[in-house]
Design a protein around this ligand. Structure first.
Ligand code: GLP
Length: 241
């Protein structure tokens, strides 16, 4: 695993965006696995700048997002579809038909998960998967569990995730209780993985996930077995390693 230490959020965002930019330049039709949460917003802004300055072309890039809340429509401003459009897609030249996000409005979980796995297979897998890190070690919405989930599945969100994400909703009661997420196997099959972390609140889980035992109770710990992981963090998030 490579660890890149940045002095602050802006530098973390720049370093991470550079790695994604390099992927897009080397393979213009690459498949990017994308993530939501507050951590990647800065790096998405950097990618937008790169595009606006004429240095990046996303016209052949394909994307597959990690997860989506079950039950939220695309128009809901808390859906990950909405997030991706607001924070990245509307400001770059990626083609709408090349972007993929699980559809939270499909009630039949088995159908939607099979459809999404098939999309990823058809794309030929993910070249570079971007990940944030949940406070309990979740990646995507793979919550602590007794075993590592394989493909896309429907999860019950844990109390701590609902708590952490309620800041985006009117109240904790409004946070959806379930989500669709890529599985651990799908994430591990990505050719490269880029994890971004910032802030002191992530310092303990960074230590546990990357230097503690590999266990499905800390889903991100499986990344210790991936051959090409880069962790980019600010000083605060990396302060305990
Ligand atoms: C959500 C997302 C995760 C993300 C996590 C951390 O739960 N499903 O993909 O990594 O939040 O979010 P943040 O970056 O806001 O700390």
């Amino acid at each position: 695993m490579r660890i890149l230490k940045a002095k602050d959020y802006l530098e973390m965002s720049r370093k991470a965006a550079n790695l994604i930019a390099a992927q897009v330049i080397l393979k213009p039709d690459c498949v990017l696995g994308l993530a939501t949460g507050s951590t990647p917003i800065g790096l998405y802004q950097q990618l937008i700048q790169g595009y606006q300055q004429g240095n990046l072309d996303f016209s052949q890039v394909k994307t597959a997002n990690l997860d989506e809340y079950k039950g939220l429509t695309r128009e809901n401003d808390q859906s990950y579809y909405y997030f991706m459009h607001q924070n990245l897609f509307k400001s770059i030249n990626v083609k709408e038909e090349n972007t993929n996000i699980p559809d939270g409005t499909v009630a039949d979980s088995a159908n939607e998960c099979a459809r999404y796995d098939e999309i990823i297979r058809t794309l030929g897998g993910v070249d570079l998967q971007l990940l944030g890190l949940g406070h309990n070690g979740h990646i995507g919405f793979n919550e602590p569990a007794d075993s590592f989930a394989k493909g896309t599945h429907c999860v019950d969100l844990t109390k701590s995730t609902i708590e952490a994400n309620k800041r985006f909703f009117a109240s904790a009661d409004d946070v959806p209780r379930q989500a669709y997420t890529m599985g651990i196997q799908t994430i591990m099959n990505a050719r490269k993985i880029l994890v971004v972390v910032n802030g002191e609140a992530k310092a303990d889980i960074v230590q546990k996930a990357f230097f503690g035992p590999v266990t499905p109770q800390v889903p991100a710990s499986i990344l210790q077995f991936h051959p090409d992981v880069t962790l980019v963090g600010d000083e605060a998030a990396l302060s305990k390693i």
